[in-house]
Design a protein around this ligand. Structure first.
Ligand code: DQA
Length: 142
């Protein structure tokens, strides 16, 4: 089986983007660590990032069709995108929503997620560890 880790807008800037909020680890650091953890557990990793909503929709549809579990950090699309909600529902994708920051402890416009009602579960506030905890949740159920 392959785990699909999908990252939305601005996450390519991780490491230099608002480090007080998001930390200094880069997206490549997170990919490297996930890759090691996946190899140790015998699962393949598909790791992707896009600044375009449509790419994420296509990738969610792909993962859903492949019955592959998804770890999704939608970035700011979390708070705006009915299309991502529809993609998860439409593709019957199994999605764990992750955030580096605790979105509920931040600006009120980050408190609502369009993705959460379509997600299996949500992990937020642990920095890169949010992704690794999500991987544990995936591995526990495949
Ligand atoms: C984020 C939180 C979002 O509110 C924000 O727009 C991001 C990153 C996080 O990982 O903490 O881009 O998803």
């Amino acid at each position: 089986p392959a785990v699909h880790v999908l990252n939305g807008p601005n996450l390519n800037l991780l490491g230099k983007r608002e480090p007080a909020i998001y930390g200094t680890a880069t997206l490549d650091d997170i990919r490297t660590e996930l890759d090691q953890r996946c190899k140790a557990r015998g699962v393949d990793l598909v790791f992707r990032q896009s600044n375009f909503e449509g790419d994420l929709i296509t990738w969610i549809q792909e993962a859903g069709a492949a019955r592959a579990p998804v770890i999704l950090n939608p970035g700011a699309l979390t708070h705006t995108s009915i299309a991502l909600y529809d993609a998860i529902k439409g593709a019957e994708a199994s999605v764990i929503e992750v955030h580096l920051s605790n979105i509920h402890a931040r600006e009120s416009f980050r408190h609502h997620s369009y993705v959460s009602p379509a997600a299996r579960g949500i992990i937020a506030g642990f920095g890169p560890l949010s992704y690794f905890l999500a991987l544990e949740a995936v591995l526990a159920s495949i």
